[in-house]
Design a protein around this ligand. Structure first.
Ligand code: URA
Length: 209
């Protein structure tokens, strides 16, 4: 069974509060999302396998642990997923990046796919699928279904904020996928926005409203 991990580290919680405030500027929001995503990335990579590599320090040879960042694919759910990708890439600079383009039909709240591009050799890769807001869960489920078709070695889902409804939808569709989030909020409003939330993550990240 997949787990839901709320990353309640004080730095994450403090930065999230700053992101929620309506007066936070686009530049600050962007910077904070990048910083929180580094911290979420730190947690999500906690169980990454290590291999030993023979290296030479200035003093002697030794077997030292390494991870293979190239085997990771961070899958960004467009468009706001890009904000999380930027942060995780700071700590996993050679990870590959895939994109899933989905838009939410405002009437049905269902996700419609318009773009899909992944790196090669997905079956060798550990996928970290990212979207700041797990709201209804419909976009996440559609993106995960599509990524699953490429059979990555493992899949995790990372978001900044989750609604209970989104967690339930995702966990029902994919009981084995672990979810990482900075907070679980109260509920969704009638338009599918998370309450209290932080508004439209894409608009706040790109300054489109
Ligand atoms: N997407 C957002 O950007 N914000 C929400 O509250 C819900 C979905």
């Amino acid at each position: 069974m997949g787990s839901v991990q709320v990353i309640n580290h004080p730095l994450v919680q403090h930065k999230l509060t700053m992101m929620r405030r309506k007066e936070t500027s686009v530049a600050e929001f962007r910077q904070l999302l990048q910083e929180i995503s580094m911290l979420l990335g730190y947690e999500v990579t906690r169980d990454m396998p290590l291999t030993m590599q023979r290296i030479e320090t200035p003093l002697m040879e030794m077997d030292a642990p390494t991870i293979d960042g190239k085997k990771v694919v961070i899958v960004s759910i467009l468009r706001a997923g890009g904000g999380i990708v930027d942060g995780i890439l700071k700590i996993l600079p050679s990870a590959r990046v895939g994109h899933v383009g989905l838009y939410r039909d405002p009437k049905t709240l269902q996700a419609v796919e318009y773009y899909y591009k992944m790196p090669p050799n997905m079956s060798d890769r550990d996928a970290i699928v990212v979207d700041p807001m797990l709201a209804t869960g419909n976009s996440a489920v559609s993106a995960l279904k599509r990524v699953m078709e490429d059979k990555p070695r493992s899949i995790k889902f990372v978001c900044l904020l989750a609604a209970p409804e989104g967690i339930e939808t995702l966990s029902k569709a994919f009981p084995d996928i672990d979810i990482y989030t900075a907070a679980i909020d109260e509920k969704l409003n009638e338009k599918g926005y998370i309450l209290p939330g932080l508004g439209d993550a894409g608009d706040r990240l790109f300054g489109t409203k």
